[in-house]
Design a protein around this ligand. Sequence first.
Ligand code: X2X
Length: 343
Amino acid sequence: MHKRRFNALIASLFASAALGFSMPATAQQYKDEYKLSTVLGEAFPWGWGAKRWADLVAEKTEGRINVKVYPGAALVSGDQTKEFTALRQGIIDMAVGSTINWSPQVRELNLFALPFLMPDHKAIDALTQGRVGQKMFEILAERDVVPLAWGENGFREVSNSKKPIRTPDDVKGMKMRVVGSPLFLATFNALGANPTQMSWADAQPAMATGAVDGQENPLAVFNAAKLHTVGQKNLTLWGYVADPLIFVVNKNVWNSWSEADRKAVQEAAVQAAAEELARARAGISAEDDSLLKEIEANGVEVVRLSDAEREAFRAATAGVYKEWAERIGADLVKQAEEDIAKR
Ligand code: X2X
């Protein structure tokens, strides 16, 4: 490089430093507002957890980081399967997102949607809190986001307006709303249903008008969204998949914060996620089934499957499991199966 050009470069670097460019992060460079995306609002454990995170961040950073929650995937006009892309692009600063909604972009996240992989909450924990969860965080870290904690949407139970579902045969021909990657279409097609993909925003009117017969979502969502008021009178507890939630920050945003503030945001995420997860699991266990009772009191007929009945659904979707295990990564699925067996 010519000496004169080199000197000019040095001079311009100093000038830009003096003007505050390419300086280390300082409080002055923080945004006035950080946009946090979720699908569900504060009436749901998911949205509650996001608000809790925002509040804890404000508290722990003494107001330096001001987070506003945008529910309804509003930052992507309700198109929840575009959330992860928008997060990578910096249109979204932070998110509490479902593995389902990010699985079109991050194929490994489809793991949680393998039918009948996780039999209970301990199985979810064995994955998220073990080497599988660690691996997923590493994968996410390579995609411009900083993952901080695991929360939970929950086990997704199937409901419909037509009749009680006890056997795969009962699902035949039913118009089912699903979301996420093609894995969901494959599972419902294997059952002989007629699945269509749509956002949560579109799902509720579709149920109300009868454009679809049924849907699948966790009990906490079913109840808070009052799905009994849109014709969903039959609910079957089959626990075929569960979606964890992931608390993340866009990498550039993360890098713009001081070390102390990053620590505060991380601690806030871990605390909010733990509290959120407890809410997502409340009232649906053998010891405390108050949420289920509430749903039944609203006139919903709840079908509890025997092990043999559940097995029939597993058998009917075993081909989908096998095909998608390959797509997700045979090694990752094998690790997941091992860790669940050991739980
Ligand atoms: O759309 C759904 O079904 C929901 C709210 O559960 C998710 O965002 C995955």
